[in-house]
Design a protein around this ligand. Sequence first.
Ligand code: GUN
Length: 282
Amino acid sequence: MQIIDGKAVSASVKAQVKAECEELKAKGITPGLAVIIVGDDSASQVYVRNKERACEECGFYSKKYALPKETTQEELNALVEELNNDKKINGILCQLPLPEHLDDKEVINRIAPIKDVDAFHPENVGRIMIGDYNFLPCTPAGIVELIKSTGVDISGKKAVVIGRSNIVGKPMAMLLLHENATVEIAHSRTANLAEVAASADILVVAIGKAKFVKSDMVKEGAVVIDVGMDRDENGKLCGDVDFEDVKDKCSFITPVPGGVGPMTISMLMKNTLTAAKLQNNA
Ligand code: GUN
């Protein structure tokens, strides 16, 4: 078994983005990312800090808007509108989840599709479906890069995605389909889930349950991608896959932390660079 080093793959994506950013800067264009965070969710604060740090590494302009949890929908909408019209800002990201009284759909719908570096706007989601897109969603796109880094050819393989969220599961299945995999989406209501999972040459797990996938759910020699960010019984960070139980059965596996997480951020940088190029015809 080999561990897929998400930090290393992420570093090479960021190095490429940084090099392209320098070329843009030579033409007087600096990619800019605005990150909105509402409230004091501690996991979100860590993610946002990491996104800011990545912007710095790549040479981007970045601006964080940390709003109090009492922020109203109208205030949030007004900020998005302001950022849509801000020439210095090429990408707008509103960290999810939002506090309960705020509607994430309403915010996402208001982000100009050309600045939607998360690729969450319905226009961008639809464009991904038909294969005519500017942006790919960060986590699924990062996972495709991780799988490709192993040298395993995705084309013709059986891929199973466990989880059907709009952020990961559904777009993940679509991107694997674009890579010519035969794709099955499984979820909490799937009958014979273990059997379905064990049919996968490529297994992507995004179900949000600590150490959910055990070795009986993994095919010998499979590539296993763990999107989970969970806590085990001792409060220690772990994934949706029971790494110790599964590691000797698969050919490649992503660790948590240090697998998918760093890739999500580097793909965000890539999307922000793309946004800056598109908005400047560069
Ligand atoms: N919350 C968890 N993942 C993400 C993501 O990729 N983008 C945003 N905006 N919020 C998230």
